[in-house]
Design a protein around this ligand. Structure first.
Ligand code: 5GP
Length: 194
């Protein structure tokens, strides 16, 4: 997605050769028009799939799942990272290891909002090690729902996330795929337009 690549080049802060900061437009302050455009792009890419629900993980996937849900005219659900008292009902959950924070946490979704009969598109802001998305994929399968694919806004293709998902038989589409980066420069893989 050219528009997104341009914004990353212009506003992205490359903190090291593995960490990209995009919090001026994607995941702290959010450019709402860009987020809606991202949602429409996911809807276009997965137009051949009968998606009934979009799934993400709190917090920074929410705006893109909502945008995709609007474009597809379906609800979205976000997995919670902390077990809230109000989630006392039955949940599906999976452990996720965060390499950036060096800790493992549980993500949970109420069984009321995911189950057999759902045809799910998973959306997230970043695909890095893939740990967060593998957790969501496991939840979808545990729930007996059907996974239609995974859409990521930014993929750091030099990390193992994509291959981890593909080994699980998951179709992955990312709107900006970074082959490599270093402070002051970023190299993208040809746009994923399929
Ligand atoms: P994972 O390693 O599980 O694929 O990524 C987990 C989460 O870490 C992503 O959803 C994203 O929120 C965050 N993350 C991973 N790499 C980066 C990065 O380079 N920049 C930012 N801002 N967040 C990242």
């Amino acid at each position: 997605m050219k528009l997104l690549e341009e914004r990353i080049r212009k506003e992205g802060l490359i903190l090291s050769d593995t960490v990209l900061k995009v919090d001026s437009f994607l995941n702290h302050q959010v450019d709402t028009q860009l987020a809606l455009e991202i949602g429409r792009e996911f809807a276009r890419i997965f137009a051949d799939k009968p998606i009934t629900k979009v799934l993400t993980i709190e917090a920074s996937g929410i705006q893109f799942a909502m945008a995709a849900g609007i474009a597809l005219n379906v609800p979205f659900v976000y997995a919670k990272k902390k077990k809230a008292v109000t989630l006392a009902e039955q949940v599906y959950s999976a452990p996720v290891h965060s390499f950036t924070r060096g800790e493992t946490y549980q993500v949970s979704i109420s069984q009321k909002y995911l189950g057999p009969g759902d045809q799910v598109l998973i959306v997230d802001d970043f695909l890095a090690t893939g740990a967060a998305l593998v957790g969501l994929v496991d939840i979808v399968r545990e729930a007996g729902a059907e996974l239609m694919g995974v859409g990521c806004v930014i993929e750091k293709s030099f990390q193992e996330g994509r291959s981890l998902l593909e080994r699980r038989g998951v179709r992955v589409h990312s709107l900006a795929r970074i082959a490599s980066m270093a402070p002051g420069e970023v190299h993208f893989i040809e746009e994923d337009s399929a």
